[in-house]
Design a protein. Structure first.
Length: 131
């Protein structure tokens, strides 16, 4: 998995029962780590069992896991691989745009976060998005 924003990116690779994270800041490698520490006034992370929940408040948008992964905005469609039964998009599911694209007439840039605001979200009006 690789998560990129305009200011930083994170890659995850696993194998042999262990995993590590490779970090970059604007394309410059910072190294690898086995721990990801969330900091800041608008970030809250918690772990229950094998589930990590991360809540990030970005302006008017609050993002709460489950993080669904990268989303290719160049397809022109909203994300459709949700956390619900049979992949239904559920309120709170969120993705990070891996590419620029125009979705339903709206320009989305790589690094934008997109968050479903209703269960069964299938149009851009049913998502919040922020850089």
């Amino acid at each position: 998995m690789k998560v990129s924003t305009r200011n930083s990116s994170c890659s995850s690779a696993s194998g042999g029962g262990s995993s590590s994270l490779s970090f970059q800041d604007e394309g410059t490698a910072l190294g690898t780590a086995s721990v990801l520490n969330f900091v800041g006034d608008n970030v809250e992370a918690s772990k229950v069992g094998d589930t990590v929940t991360v809540t990030v408040s970005v302006g008017e948008v609050t993002v709460t896991s489950p993080f669904r992964g990268l989303w290719d905005a160049s397809t022109g469609s909203v994300p459709s691989n949700g956390s619900g039964t049979a992949g239904v998009v559920m309120a709170g599911d969120w993705w990070v745009a891996s590419s620029d694209g125009v979705v339903e007439g709206t320009q989305i840039y790589q690094g934008y976060w997109i968050v479903a605001t209703v269960n069964g979200a299938s149009t851009l009006a049913q998502f919040s998005y922020k850089p």
